[in-house]
Design a protein around this ligand. Structure first.
Ligand SMILES: Cc1cc2nc3c(=O)[nH]c(=O)nc-3n(C[C@H](O)[C@H](O)[C@H](O)COP(=O)(O)OP(=O)(O)OC[C@H]3O[C@@H](n4cnc5c(N)ncnc54)[C@H](O)[C@@H]3O)c2cc1C
Length: 372
């Protein structure tokens, strides 16, 4: 007779896969249900671990959470690597925010003042210092900010490695869709097209598809992958604003360069548009002209799981036994390890670390409604 599962994790993106692995490490019998693990937003993500570059000054809880996550990410990457035997492309090379005109320079200086008030590590760079660090920058760059603590990881390699670590820890996989099954206000397992699977706990980690169960909305992002084939590429993550559009360039250790990303408040949509490809290439080449020589290897669109206040929802759902791990927006790769740690704590009856406690879904009490 099959042994019943302690926990079913719905969704095998970077968040659900990491939750499944960490739960199995606690000795729990875990089933991960996903028709195509790793193929959601995690497949498109650039992998910037960038709480400081992403800081807008008005979201202190998100900043605290991001810093907490970034502080532990190198250890997490090393653990995943050790558990899976696979590299994850973690690169602590820092991020360079550049300004292309006087208005940009003033904006960067304003943000830097707020970053310094928060005690964040940032360094003002002149145009010459920017080019010294990154010789491929366009000569039009007039100033910059170096954020040495904002690193990056390759999300595709990370998810592949976490899925393997999970499998080696005994996580079972089922390639299908599922929905939490609820009887008398309590989760009893998940319903799949092939039948019901019993479990005392269900972790909902279906990303932008969680709209029926949580206040999550899809936020479309289109992103490009360029391939160097030996051509020179930047060393740092480079970010800037071109024609009022934010653009980033993320160089991987294998010569791949990720250029992103659009932010479009559409429904769930994976269409790549000609206009987005044109804008992303134009804007990225305005920062680093040499990118024009690279091969355009891939263009992809996925939906980020946005939440109303940009903080994820991590914690008890409004049905007993349901744990939410959704709504990670632009930061799901960065926040994957701290989310899994918190979900594991919740399932095993431990305390959730303070920066993650701010993500309790109860803050949307009137919004989180079970409609199953
Ligand atoms: C263009 C772009 C760039 C980004 N860049 C960054 C970045 O630089 N840094 C960063 O930290 N974050 C970034 N993000 C955000 C990040 O990708 C997301 O926050 C993160 O992937 C969310 O992970 P997830 O596991 O919750 O969702 P997903 O990765 O979307 O995974 C959800 C999974 O659930 C599965 N699923 C859906 N419905 C069901 C169902 N009913 N049953 C079973 N399974 C189901 C799907 O198949 C999928 O595999 C970016 C996102 C985009 C789109």
């Amino acid at each position: 007779m099959a042994v019943p599962h302690d926990v079913v994790v719905l969704g095998g993106g970077v968040v659900g896969a990491t939750c499944a692995w960490r739960l199995a490490e606690q000795g729990l019998h875990v089933l991960l249900v996903d028709p195509e693990p790793g193929a959601g937003a995690s497949h498109a993500a650039a992998g910037m671990l960038a709480p400081v570059s992403e800081m807008h000054g008005s979201e202190p809880a998100l900043l605290r959470l991001g810093l907490h996550a970034a502080g532990g990410f190198a250890d997490h990457a090393a653990r995943v690597q050790e558990a899976s035997g696979l590299g994850v492309g973690y690169r602590p090379t820092g991020t360079l925010l550049v300004a292309l005109d006087a208005g940009d320079r003033a904006r960067l200086a304003d943000v830097r003042r707020r970053q310094e008030q928060w005690g964040l590590q940032v360094e003002r760079l002149s145009a010459a210092q920017c080019r010294q660090r990154e010789p491929l920058l366009d000569p039009a760059v007039v100033a910059g900010t170096l954020v040495p603590g904002d690193h990056q990881v390759d999300p595709r390699r990370l998810v592949t490695a976490v899925l393997r670590a999970a499998r080696e820890r005994g996580v079972e996989f089922r390639r299908t869709t599922g929905e939490p099954a609820v009887t008398a206000g309590r989760v009893t397992g998940v319903r799949t097209p092939q039948g019901e699977v019993a479990a005392g706990r269900v972790v909902l980690a279906t990303g932008a598809r969680a709209t029926a169960h949580a206040p999550v909305r899809p936020v479309k992002g289109q992103v490009l992958r360029l391939r160097g084939n030996g051509s020179p590429v930047p060393h740092h993550v480079v970010r800037g604003t071109v024609r009022d559009r934010a653009v980033y360039v993320v160089p991987r250790e294998d010569g791949e360069v990720v250029v992103g990303a659009t932010t479009e408040d559409l429904g769930y949509d994976t269409t790549v548009t000609a206009g987005a490809v044109r804008d992303l290439l134009q804007d990225a080449c305005a920062l680093v002209p040499a990118l024009a020589e690279l091969e355009l290897a891939e263009a992809v669109a996925r939906s980020r799981p946005g939440s109303p206040d940009n903080l994820p929802l991590i914690g008890a759902g409004d049905v007993e036994g349901l744990v939410l791990a959704v709504g990670h927006g632009r930061n799901g790769v960065l926040l994957s390890a701290v989310t899994a740690q918190a979900v594991t704590a919740l399932v095993t009856g431990q305390d959730v670390p303070p920066p993650v406690a701010a993500c309790a879904p109860g803050r949307f009490e009137e919004l989180v409604r079970w409609r199953g």
